[in-house]
Write a protein that binds this ligand. Sequence first.
Ligand code: PXG
Length: 458
Amino acid sequence: MPRNYDIAELKRLDVKHHLPAQQDYQLIEDMGGSRIITHADGCYINDGDGNRILDGMAGLWCVNVGYGREELVEVAAEQMRELPFYNTFFKTVTPPTVLLAQRIAGLTGGKLQHVFFNTSGSEANDTVFRMVRHYWKVKGEPKRTIFISRWNAYHGSTVAGVSLGGMKGMHAQGDLPIPGVEHVRQPYWFGEGFGQDKVQFGLDCAAAIEERILAVGPENVAAFIGEPLQGAGGVIIPPDGYWQAVEAICRKYGILLVADEVICGFGRTGEWFGHQTLGFTPDLVPMAKGLSSGYLPISATAVSSDIVEVLKTGGDFIHGFTYSGHPVCAAVALRNIDIIEREGLVGRTRDDTGPYLAAALARLDEHPLVGEIRSLGLIAGIEIVSKKGTNGRFGGKEGNAGPLVRDRCIANGLMVRGVRDTIVMCPPLIITHQQIDDMVEIIGKSLDQALPELRAIG
Ligand code: PXG
């Protein structure tokens, strides 16, 4: 049972001392403090004001096995008792770390047989950044330093993560990106290719990568990085054929292909990894979130044997964190993967709950606010438009509808995110049919409530 917290006092202290992530501090102060989440079970979170909320976001795209898994608590305690910490710097390693590397290599398969550990998705991408540039130097092609990424990509909040990412608002804070990152158009058909043939639009977006490679000189390009489907950018699922075209371009110019699986990994799209669902073969795979279902912070970067063979000729790769391969996090991740396997959550997402979510969301198709519904496995987005049959936005600009409908959903008992004018969701992989129906019912009701308010914007 939850402890008896003094919620009013915690809110006061939150405003006084705590700086939350990616927030407007004045807004939090004006609100009188953040919502305090006190406890959770299964697919539900509970806040200090007594609200029980269906967690349509799996925490922050991560609690794949749901809340309240006693065996993850036990395995963490057991590992802490035996060995709470040791590092991987002193020609040392710990048992769970080795076993987790082997386990991940088994899941990624093919040439992705080596794993570097970190504690966040951002660090996994920093590892990509440093490893790839180092690789090309060791290989004797030191000019290959440029990364190509997409606008509206999310690759984290560190300097490398923001730079690789394509969020203009983040770039504006801290004078980023750092030199050597080139951004190209994203395969966002609804927003940027509306009215065009979808597959052709995707191929044009891939062609933009080749154009940029030629513009900067193929001999200068190190890697292309992309999320198999863009999560934080608004659950943008690329048109069929996009990734195959991107892969062919990377191979043509000898450029490394990086699939950022921080959100797509660990069953989200109905396979262990998004690149498996979307049908391409990357050379490096940063992953986090679902790796431990968020129970402890851990991330990994899977690397192909071809890259590691080259690195072996280059002496020390001088990179790593105190908590790289943390044994407690690794033990929890191992058990989390056990749970996903034992309960068949990947196949269930592909064959059962994923299609069920798609069918349930289709009930919203006729709603006057709904412009498009996208989903793959248990990740989905709903585009809100000002005029049915168009991609027009309320008030003639992006971003009015998402936060409004999101706030309605939360008030009605469903946690979702609003990304510009898209409501996105990513529930725990244990979600039931009934809970999916509840989600869709709450979204429908929230859209109805938002309609007059949005129409008032114009
Ligand atoms: N890559 C991807 C694809 C991500 O989605 C990261 C890297 C960075 O992971 P860390 O663990 O450093 O946060 C992410 C994280 C949002 C939101 O607004 C999304 C993420 C993080 C915070 C907010 O939807 N994704």
